[in-house]
Each structure stands twice: as structure tokens, then as C-alpha cells.
Ligand binder design. Structure first.
Ligand code: T3D
Length: 263
């Protein structure tokens, strides 16, 4: 692991830890950091030894969204923001929502703009008590992106989603937990241990079923009941033919710990 790159990659057993590493600019996204993050997510997806992923930030911030000094934003010409979203944030959100293993955010400080939506786009989001979430887009004349327009109202309801997105007000981590934006707010000193313990626990669980759980829950929020129960049946059908289901049932009946291996 080298300290001078914009993304640090570490492995703890079956847990891959990605650390956004541009602390002087609150880990805001440059094209270069996007490239590294996408590559690291693809690498984790392709590596069968990885069974959970933790995303965090170096220094006092988690991620301040788009680097507003990035040449794509700060040149003389009018920036093609749509192209930036299509080429960088959309692929990032799509990967996060489809990774074959659970994703855990460890939000160590302020998460603003796309940084906030990447954090809440993880399956389980822990935040340090001193951390905060800011839908900063409205302050620079944009709308929530990186999946935020879809996710926010589903997590906190339309009224709060609009309030947060229109005001761009800072939401403290404790309040974020209270309104259901994140899984848990923990003491700053306990953040990484909490995230890593959750990741290690999920890594022992049936990865394929966990990724399918994300899929059916997300699809269910877009569909009616008939489609949702149809998808449940098809998904259970597929999982029911997989190794992990047979192993889970056998382990239960034999009163032993299961050994899940599917991805
Ligand atoms: O093309 C597109 O833009 C499309 C993409 C959209 C996705 C988005 O994410 S849009 C939203 C972009 N993000 C923002 O608008 C947030 C901007 N940052 C802030 O509002 C504040 O920095 C924070 C509220 C996040 C934190 O405030 P504070 O007071 O704790 O820290 P600070 O002093 O503002 O920032 C510390 C340093 O980080 C500072 O640099 P300096 O002066 O010490 O050299 C600051 O300029 C830098 N920094 C913070 N955010 C960004 C940034 N540099 C570049 N881009 C940033 N987004």
C-alpha cells in the first residue's frame, strides 16, 4: 500500500478496504481518483477471495464530491457536466449497486455532494459522530447525482429528501441515523472497528444471497407487489440450486457453523 496515491487498497482477510486518499481536498473526486476507484471495485468484484468491501476516507473528510478544481470543471470552457456524470458518476453508482459482495461505508468526516451519495449508496453506512452529510448540489446549481435522486426519498421519504437536497444543509451523523439515512452513528474512535467487524461478519455469510438481497430490495422499491413476489420466487429458485443453500441447511441440521463459498 503506497501513501501517495489517491486511493489506498488494503486487504484484511476476506475484506477489501478502499480509502479515498486526497485529504487536502477532503477526498473530492478527480478523474484520476474515479479511475482508480472503478478499477478497484472491478478488481474486488472479480476476486473470489473478497467477500465484503469497506469504503472510507483519509484525513478529516470522507469525500467532498466532485473536485471543483478538476480541469474538467475549472477550465475556460463551459464544463460538460452531463458527460462527467455519464462517464464517471453513473458507472460508479452502477458498480456500487451491483457489486457481488456487501459494501460498507465508514464515513469518517464530512460527506458532501456525490461523496454523500456514494456513502449512503453502500449497503451499510456507519458514520463517526463528528461526521456529517451535505447534499451540496443545490448550492452550485445542480441536482443530486451518483444515485442520490433515487436513493434519498427511498431512505428518508420525499419531504426530507427535498428538504435536504434543496437547502443543502449539513445533517449531523446522529440525525442521519435517526431519520434512517444511515445504518449507525458511532463514536469516532469506534468507526473503523465497527465497519471492519460488520464487514468480517458479512464476509462469513452467503455472499450470493446478500447481493441478491440488495437486488430484490432495490427492485422491489421500483415495482408493484406482483412483480416483487415474482422476482422473489425466481431469485429463491436460483439460490435454492446453489451450494450455499444446501450448505446452510446441512449446517443447521448438523448443528455446526456453515462454510459459505458462493459468490
Ligand atoms: O461536474 C460536476 O460537478 C458534476 C459532479 C457533481 C457531483 C458533485 O459532487 S457536485 C458537489 C461538489 N461538492 C461541493 O460542492 C462541496 C464543496 N465543499 C464544501 O462545501 C466544503 O468544503 C465542505 C462543506 C465539504 C467542508 O467545509 P470545511 O469548512 O470543513 O472545509 P473547507 O475549508 O471548505 O475545505 C478544506 C479544503 O478542501 C479546502 O482547500 P484549501 O483551501 O485548504 O486549500 C477546500 O477548497 C477543499 N475542498 C473541499 N471540497 C472541495 C475542495 N476542493 C475541491 N473540490 C471540492 N469539492
Amino acid at each position: 500500500m503506497s501513501d501517495d496515491v489517491s486511493l489506498l487498497v488494503a486487504t484484511h482477510g476476506a475484506v477489501r478496504v478502499l480509502t479515498l486518499n486526497r485529504p487536502a481536498a477532503l477526498n473530492s473526486f478527480t478523474a484520476e481518483m474515479h479511475g482508480r476507484l472503478i478499477a478497484a471495485l472491478d478488481d474486488a468484484a472479480a476476486d473470489a477471495s473478497v467477500r465484503a468491501l469497506v469504503l472510507t476516507g483519509a484525513g478529516r473528510g470522507f469525500c467532498a464530491g466532485q473536485d471543483l478544481n478538476d480541469p474538467a470543471m475549472a477550465g475556460d470552457e463551459v464544463p460538460d457536466v452531463g458527460a462527467v456524470i455519464e462517464q464517471r458518476y453513473r458507472p460508479l453508482a452502477e458498480r456500487l449497486f451491483s457489486l457481488p459482495v456487501p459494501t460498507i461505508a465508514a464515513v469518517n468526516g464530512v460527506a458532501a455532494g456525490a461523496g454523500a451519495n456514494v456513502a449512503i449508496g453502500c449497503d451499510i453506512c456507519f458514520a463517526a459522530r463528528s461526521a456529517s452529510f451535505i447534499q451540496a448540489f443545490s448550492k452550485i446549481g445542480l441536482v443530486p447525482d451518483a444515485g442520490g435522486s433515487w436513493l434519498l426519498p427511498r431512505l428518508v421519504g420525499r419531504a426530507r429528501a427535498l428538504g435536504l437536497a434543496m437547502t443543502g444543509d449539513k445533517l449531523a451523523a446522529e440525525e442521519a441515523e435517526r431519520i434512517g439515512l444511515i445504518w449507525k452513528c458511532v463514536d469516532d474512535a469506534a468507526l473503523m472497528d465497527s465497519a471492519l467487524a460488520m464487514a468480517a461478519r458479512l464476509a462469513t455469510m452467503p455472499s450470493r444471497a446478500l447481493a441478491a438481497t440488495r437486488r430484490v430490495i432495490d427492485a422491489g422499491s421500483r415495482s408493484g407487489l406482483a412483480d416483487a413476489v415474482g422476482l422473489e420466487a425466481r431469485t429463491q429458485g436460483e439460490l435454492g440450486r446453489a451450494h450455499d443453500f444446501a450448505e446452510g441447511v446441512a449446517a443447521f441440521l448438523e448443528k455446526r457453523a456453515p462454510k459459505f463459498t458462493d459468490r
